[in-house]
Write a protein that binds this ligand. Structure first.
Ligand SMILES: [Fe+2]
Length: 399
């Protein structure tokens, strides 16, 4: 048992008991306790890990798959304290069925808050509405943030260092605050704990047909989408997204979904496009380890606004923010076997530019797209390159 967290847990318990364990008081009690004696200043992490590995007298550990991993450092029937390790950068946009507060023990994170309005429940497990980001801020080591259960508190975190560690003081589950929706921007909320076994098996079977290049695959998927209800049709559509695009059948699949569900389908195409964009950036995340670059990736993932992105860059890095962004672009630009990429923008192979010349031309076109003064001589293929950048995550920064 770690002495610091035992003491912290006892303090929180005593203060909450004095408030009759009133749920609405818990986030503030947890936040205050973390701020009075910040774990980032008082915990000897190496000693804590050593003791956790060698001493058997530990708080009850849950089978939770959250965190990479989660260590429980204090447990009580009403709440517990966990340390979460994060090796990968990002959490989905989500809400909670628990309350409390979290504290950045090591590393730093970009934290975004959202609202979900005009919600329509298609089923208890899938809602449609408008997801909007309301705030993004950088949480440095030692920051503490309260958590309130339910749909009033929707957030996401992008951890900049690897590993990043958070301490969470949290209730077990707050009755009546579920489901713990995950949000697919800009329009869909799904319950990630809803398990529809038949749909899961159908997706796996479709994956088999995809892997063996079965010629019947696209027609089968289209037939399913034409018949299925909204929730299951959406998941089949999502599952086939990349492959149907490759086969050139994506527009037909979307049209079939639209024919079946009418106006209810309006938000589906932009949501699936955004899933594809986020998956692309998430794939880059694993290969990008430089903290500055991860910070920029986090901004492209989470902040849908040029002014806000440039402000965040200016806050953290000296000099004109646009110049900083262009420097990162140059550092991230590498010719690969699959062509030249600027983050998730691909240099159009059809332009016939020799590969060694592509990075310089692409970067010059990026500068022009983001608002730099025109050059003499002008950047070759500027219109086509601007179009390629506008199809990518750079679109948010277009001047
Ligand atoms: Fe969270």
């Amino acid at each position: 048992m770690d002495a610091f967290f035992t003491e912290l847990g006892r303090t929180v318990r005593a203060r909450w008991q004095a408030e009759n364990f009133t749920l609405s008081r818990f986030p503030e009690i947890a936040r205050q306790a973390l701020e009075e004696r910040p774990p980032a200043q008082h915990v000897d992490l190496a000693a804590l890990m050593r003791a956790f590995l060698l001493e058997d007298e530990q708080p009850f550990q849950t089978p939770s798959g959250f965190g990479q991993p989660e260590l429980v450092v204090f447990d009580d029937p009403r709440f517990y304290i966990q340390i979460l390790f994060w090796l990968e950068g990002t959490t989905d946009i989500h809400q909670h069925m628990f309350s409390g507060a979290f504290h950045v023990l090591e590393g730093s994170s970009l934290h975004s808050r959202f609202t979900f309005s005009e919600a329509v429940a298609v089923t208890p497990y899938l809602q449609l509405g408008q997801l909007r980001m309301t705030e993004t801020r950088l949480l440095e080591t030692g920051s503490t943030v309260p958590i309130v259960s339910g749909g009033g508190y929707i957030h996401s975190l992008f951890h900049l260092e690897m590993p990043s560690l958070t301490v969470v003081i949290r209730t077990h589950t707050d009755p009546g605050t579920g489901p713990q929706f995950t949000y697919l921007p800009p329009h869909v909320a799904v319950d990630p704990f809803h398990h529809d076994a038949l749909t899961a098996r159908r997706k796996q079977l479709l994956d088999v047909l995809e892997k063996v290049d079965d010629p019947g695959y696209p027609d089968l998927v289209l037939e399913m989408i034409g018949r299925l209800d909204f929730e299951r049709g959406f998941f089949i559509l999502q599952n086939g997204l990349a492959h149907l695009r490759q086969l050139g059948r994506w527009d037909e699949a979307l049209a079939a979904f639209r024919t079946r569900h009418g106006a209810l389908a309006d938000g589906v195409a932009p949501t699936l496009d955004e899933i594809l964009r986020r998956d692309g950036l998430a794939a880059l995340r694993s290969s990008i380890t430089e903290v500055e670059h991860r910070f920029f990736l986090a901004l492209l993932l989470n902040v849908p606004d040029r002014v806000a992105i440039l402000e965040m860059v200016a806050q953290r890095f000296p000099g004109p923010p646009l110049a900083t962004v262009l420097r990162w672009a140059a550092e991230l630009c590498e010719p690969t076997e699959s062509g030249t990429w600027l983050v998730d923008a691909e240099f159009p192979a059809a332009l016939g530019v020799p590969e060694p010349e592509q990075p310089e031309i692409f970067l010059a076109a990026l500068g022009q797209t983001l608002g730099a003064a025109p050059t003499t001589p002008p950047v070759p293929h500027l219109a086509e390159l601007k179009a390629a950048l506008r199809r990518s995550s750079w679109k948010v920064l277009v001047a």
